[in-house]
Ligand binder design. Structure first.
Ligand code: AMP
Length: 565
């Protein structure tokens, strides 16, 4: 983090006024790294999967979050130290003191567990300090007069759910389809003491994939069927075992992962996290325990990454949320959130049709007659008549005022409420673990070399260009090369200050994977050296081949070893 701060990756926010925990600034290199991580994510979810991106406001009106359950439920258990007044997250204190799965305990159980434990701030025992729920949403008012309550969104997902009907039309009324959103989310975390891991304003990348409830076979499952990922299943957690590597096909066949969709996104997540520089040895997929997972979820897995500083950290959540979100929004908004699924062949079914005798109903019930007839049509009549309710008023309609007929009708399909598969990524956490895992200090020729082994696809600067000396025309050639590379959309940085060795070290420290050096030989034969950050080996190539060779190296189409060969 010292390197990250010094070299312009991450800074505390509004430092000159005293920064507030839970807010960070991305400096020039950090912002570039973040953009690259987001674009890599897009290359999978938007390009490969074909799930279009949408962009919704970060402020939402209250009704959205009443329907989503956040107003009522999105709370953490908090305790205030009776001695020093510090607000603390009750489950975190319990877990830091060895109480497992404290997040699943009730307020009463947590309070009992905390009784003897010391406040992390003043070290006094917490004693009778009451545990209570604290809603994590930032509340605001919309417009003057404070009439309309709003919230900063605590996740990006809700915008996709509220746009469901429009998305369905966009995707031509067919399942499955998906939409993604990358953007800021806000949670008023109680005591964020974990740097980039627990922020009050952070970026999420979420995908909501709408699938037929009975068809959870992913149409492109073959892509990842043989992909292996380390799975820490419920059973293995209960037995105190380590994760076991399994192919996605085996995990689905053996019922370890609920369905192909969830398995597919576990594999995809493994690919994305390793592609940004997460060490695969420090990555596992942990299944939520039954009492940890939301009551409506069919299955839920967290991608967890081991951090030397914070232990195992949840980076991504992958859940089968069933139809919980659509059902809640349909109920609260009165909007239909179903999809008409035509049958392969129309079916003939026998239906009961109830037709009211309007000649009698009309004069008897006047303005309400039509509503009563409609209610009658949907009713379950008894032998002597039917009871119906209209505008909260109950009516008994005797059997001689309507006719019941059985009819064979043709049914072309059915209305289905889709289930939602949701992979939800925390971008800032991805960046933190990529930085932590990429960073190394090694001895080179008696000196410590600090190197950030970020994969070329996410490194903020892709190529450094150096003139060996800042004279004799070497600098002009190097500047021309820098311009040429930039025109080819390669992020190149020109640097002519200090000894060449120091310039290499500076670029190693910020993760620049390749460096081009212009020397006196260049003036004779138009070749330059390209140096590889990780092996520190060099190869000489003609200037005109630079864009092609560097593009291949950055995209991963070629390795440095292949170029040298
Ligand atoms: P959740 O909706 O809680 O499952 O969050 C989805 C993802 O967002 C998590 O896996 C984290 O990577 C990320 N996330 C959640 N809360 C925070 C936070 N306070 N700071 C940074 N990232 C977070």
């Amino acid at each position: 983090m010292e390197v990250a701060r010094r070299r312009g990756f991450v800074w505390p926010s509004s430092e000159i006024y005293g920064s507030i925990a839970g807010f960070i600034d991305y400096g020039p290199l950090g912002a570039m790294l973040k953009r690259n991580v987001e674009n890599l994510w897009r290359s999978f979810y938007v390009f490969q999967e074909g799930y279009y991106e949408i962009e919704c406001p970060t402020v939402g009106n209250e009704a959205i979050f009443v329907a989503s359950g956040h107003v009522k439920e999105f709370a953490d258990k908090m305790v205030q130290c009776p001695h020093c007044g510090e607000y603390l997250r009750a489950d975190h204190i319990a877990e830091e003191n060895g109480i497992e799965n404290a997040g699943t305990l009730s307020a009463e159980a947590l309070q009992a567990a905390l009784y003897e434990l010391p406040c992390p701030s003043c070290k006094e025992p917490l004693g009778e300090a009451g545990v209570f729920a604290f809603n994590l949403m930032f509340q605001t008012t919309i417009g003057p007069g404070s009439q309309r309550k709003g919230y900063l969104r605590p996740e990006t997902a809700q915008g996709i759910f509220t746009d469901f009907s429009r998305l369905l039309r966009f995707y031509r009324d067919k399942l499955p389809f998906g939409a993604v959103q990358i953007g800021k989310s806000y949670r008023n975390e109680i005591s964020p003491r974990q740097g980039m891991i627990r922020l009050r304003e952070f970026s999420q990348a979420e995908a909501e994939i709408f699938v037929h409830p009975d068809r959870k076979d992913h149409p492109a499952f073959h892509r990842y069927a043989d992909y292996t990922a380390p799975l820490l299943t419920i059973a293995r957690q209960l037995d105190g075992q380590e994760p076991a590597a399994m192919t996605m096909r085996a995990a689905v066949d053996e019922g370890v992962i609920a369905n192909e969709y969830v398995a597919y996104y576990i594999a995809l997540t493994h690919r994305i996290l390793t592609a940004i520089g997460v060490d695969p040895v420090k990555l596992r997929f942990r299944q939520h325990l039954i009492d940890e997972r939301a009551h409506y979820a069919a299955d839920c897995w967290d991608a967890e990454v081991y951090s030397g500083r914070f232990g195992w950290v949840e980076i991504v959540g992958i859940a089968d949320r069933t139809n919980y979100d659509l059902r809640s929004h349909a109920g609260h908004s009165g909007t239909s959130m179903t999809v008409f699924m035509p049958y392969d062949e129309p079916k003939r079914v026998v239906k009961r049709r109830i037709t009211a005798d309007m000649g009698v109903l009309g004069p008897r019930y006047r303005g309400k007659a039509k509503a009563i007839a409609d209610a009658l049509a949907a009713s379950e009549p008894g032998e002597d008549g039917a009871r119906v309710t209209v505008d909260g008023e109950e009516f008994f309609i005797p059997a001689d005022l309507y006719q019941v007929r059985e009819e064979e009708v043709e049914v072309r399909g059915e209305e289905v409420m889709p289930h939602v598969i949701e992979p939800s990524y925390g971008i800032d956490r991805m960046i933190y673990v990529a930085l932590e895992h990429s960073y190394a200090e090694e001895e080179v020729e008696g000196e410590i070399r600090k190197v950030l082994r970020l994969p070329p696809a996410v490194a903020p600067i892709q190529v450094a260009v150096f003139p060996l000396m800042n004279r004799d025309g070497l600098e002009t050639v190097a500047q021309t090369i820098t311009e040429r590379l930039t025109q080819c959309r390669i992020l190149a940085q020109y640097d002519d200050s200090g000894a060449i060795g120091r310039r290499y070290r500076r670029q190693d420290e910020v993760g620049t994977p390749f460096a081009v050096t212009v020397d006196y030989e260049t003036l004779e034969d138009n070749t330059v050296t390209v140096r590889d950050r990780d092996s520190m080996e060099q190869v000489r190539i003609p200037i005109e081949r630079l864009p092609e060779v560097l593009s291949a190296l950055i995209s991963g189409a070629a390795t440095f070893r292949e170029i040298r060969a």
